[in-house]
Write a protein that binds this ligand. Structure first.
Ligand SMILES: Nc1ncnc2c1ncn2[C@@H]1O[C@H](COP(=O)(O)OP(=O)(O)O)[C@@H](O)[C@H]1O
Ligand SMILES: CC(=O)OP(=O)(O)O
Ligand SMILES: [Mg+2]
Length: 414
C-alpha cells in the first residue's frame, strides 16, 4: 500500500495533525486537532472524509505533548482510518519547529541534528520545548519512520542584514545568535504560494503584507516573493501582542516589573531554562492578562463585555496598523494584497473591517457582505475587496502549515 505522511503543527494553543497521501499534491486523509490548550477545557476535532466529530476530552490536555499523544491514540484506534493503522503505513512525519536558528531549510532528524536542535532550545525554550518533546516521542514510539523538521524561521532568512541586526555589541550578538529571526514562516510560505496562484502572478513577482493573527500573532512584508521584514524577533515574543504574550514593550520594563524577573521560573526544568521574565511576558501577558481570557472571539465583538475587552481589541488594532504603515512604506506602496490569516485573521470579520477602515488612506476598501461571510470551509483564498478600489486587494487566506510541510516533502522527494 502507498505510504502516508503525518504532519504535526504544535502551536502555542493548539496541536493540529493531518495525515496525507504521498501524492502530488498531497491529499488529506484525516485531520485531528486539539485546540484551547491555554483556555481549558480543550476541544478535540476530528475529520475523516465526510465524517466529523467534535468533543471535549475527559483527560486534562494541558500541554501540546499531552494533546499529541491523545490525537495519535485516537487516530490509530479509528478502524475506518485503514490507510494509517500503524507506523509501517507512514513514510514521513513532518514537524513544525518554531525556532530553527540559522537553518534555511528543513532537516531530517537523526542523533546529530536532534542535538543541534536541543542546543537551540535555550533561544526559544517556550516554543521549541514542546515540539522537541513530540519529536522525541515519535522517535521512541514510531522509530521506523523518518522525521523531518520544518522551521518557522527559515522563510525569513532573506531579510536584509540591517533588518536582522539588533544595534548591540556585535561580538556578543554573533557569539550568542542574538538577531531577528522571525516566525510563522511555514504559514507565510503557504500563503505566498496560494495568494500568488490566486492573483495569477508568479510568486517572485508578488508583493504582500500578510498578517498571521492567531494565539501568537505576526505580520510579514513580502517583496518579490521574499520576506523583507517581520514583526517577531529573536523569539516569538516580539512585535504584536498575543493570547498570553505582551508583544513589544520597552525592554527596561523587565527590570521594573519585579525584582524576581531575572531568576529562574518555577516552570524551569533541567531541559527548559526559563526565567521569570520570559514566563511572565510569554505566558501571563497579552489578552489573558488584560481580560482574563485567551479566547479572542470573546474580545472581538461589537459590544465588548468590559472596558478591558475593548482595550485589548484596540491595542491589537493599533499595533497592527503601525506595522501595516511601516511595511507599506518599505514596499514603496507597491502592494498586491493585504492578507488576513491565522485563527483570528480568518475568523474575525470585525477585526478585518476595523483595520480595513483605518487603512482607507492606502486605497483599501472591503465588501462588507464578502467580509461578513468570510472564507468557506473548503476555500483557501477569498477576495473581500470592494470592486473598483484603487489600493491593494484585501484577501483572507486559510493558512495550512501541515499541508505546506507535506507539499514540500512530496515536491522534493518524488
Ligand atoms: N470567531 C473568532 N473570532 C475571533 N477570534 C477567534 C475566533 N475563533 C477563534 N478565534 C481565536 O483564534 C485563536 C487561535 O488561532 P490559531 O491560529 O489556531 O492559534 P495557534 O496556531 O497559535 O494555536 C484563538 O485565540 C481563538 O480565540
Ligand atoms: C510562532 C508562534 O507564535 O506560533 P503560534 O502562533 O502557533 O503559537
Ligand atoms: Mg498557529
Amino acid at each position: 500500500m502507498a505510504k502516508s505522511i503525518l504532519a504535526v503543527n504544535a502551536g502555542s494553543s493548539s496541536v493540529k495533525v493531518t495525515f496525507y497521501t504521498f501524492t502530488d499534491p498531497p491529499r488529506a486523509i484525516a485531520d485531528a486537532q486539539v485546540s484551547g490548550i491555554t483556555a481549558p477545557p480543550a476541544t478535540f476535532k476530528y475529520q475523516r472524509g465526510e465524517f466529523k466529530q467534535k468533543e471535549q476530552p475527559q483527560e486534562n490536555l494541558a500541554t501540546p505533548q499531552d494533546a499529541f499523544k491523545y490525537i495519535l491514540q485516537r487516530c490509530f484506534s479509528d478502524p475506518e482510518l485503514s490507510e494509517v493503522a500503524s507506523d509501517s503505513d507512514l513514510a514521513y512525519i513532518c514537524h513544525r519547529v518554531v525556532h530553527g536558528g540559522d537553518y534555511s531549510e528543513e532537516i531530517e532528524i537523526n542523533d546529530d541534528t536532534l542535538h543541534r536542535l536541543e542546543a537551540l532550545e535555550d533561544l526559544a525554550p517556550l516554543h521549541n520545548f514542546s515540539a522537541l518533546e513530540i519529536i522525541r516521542l515519535c522517535k521512541k514510539e514510531l522509530p521506523s519512520v523518518s522525521s523531518m523538521t520544518f522551521f518557522d524561521s527559515a522563510f525569513h532568512q532573506t531579510m536584509p542584514l540591517h533588518v536582522k541586526t539588533y544595534p548591540i555589541n556585535q561580538q556578543i550578538a554573533k557569539a550568542n545568535g542574538l538577531r531577528k529571526y522571525g516566525f510563522h514562516g511555514i504559514s507565510y510560505s503557504f500563503i505566498l504560494r496560494s495568494v500568488a496562484q490566486f492573483l495569477g502572478k508568479p510568486a517572485e513577482k508578488t508583493n504582500l503584507i500578510v498578517m498571521h493573527i492567531g494565539s501568537g500573532a505576526s505580520i510579514c512584508a513580502i517583496k518579490e516573493g521574499k520576506s523583507i521584514d517581520t514583526s517577531m524577533g529573536l523569539t516569538p515574543l516580539a512585535g504584536l501582542p498575543g493570547a498570553t504574550r505582551s508583544g513589544d514593550i520597552d525592554p527596561s520594563l523587565v527590570f521594573h516589573y519585579t525584582n524576581e524577573a531575572g531568576k529562574l521560573s518555577p516552570a524551569s526544568t533541567k531541559d527548559m531554562h526559563l526565567s521569570m521574565a520570559e514566563e511572565i511576558l510569554n505566558k501571563k501577558s497579552g489578552w489573558k492578562a488584560l481580560t482574563g481570557t485567551t479566547d479572542f472571539s470573546q474580545i472581538a465583538v461589537e459590544t465588548p463585555p468590559s472596558e478591558a475587552h475593548k482595550l485589548a481589541f484596540d491595542i491589537l488594532v493599533d499595533r497592527t496598523l503601525g506595522y501595516i504603515g511601516n511595511y507599506y512604506v518599505k514596499l514603496g506602496g507597491e502592494v498586491d494584497a493585504l492578507v488576513f490569516a491565522g485563527g483570528i485573521g480568518e475568523k474575525s470579520a470585525l477585526l478585518r473591517r476595523i483595520l480595513a477602515e483605518k487603512c482607507s488612506s492606502l486605497g483599501l476598501a472591503i465588501d462588507s457582505d464578502a467580509n461578513d461571510k468570510g472564507v468557506e470551509e473548503d476555500q483557501t483564498v477569498k477576495d473581500i475587496s470592494k470592486g473598483g478600489g484603487k489600493g491593494p486587494r484585501t484577501l483572507i487566506c486559510q493558512t495550512n502549515e501541515q499541508f505546506e510541510m507535506a507539499y514540500h516533502i512530496v515536491s522534493s522527494r518524488s
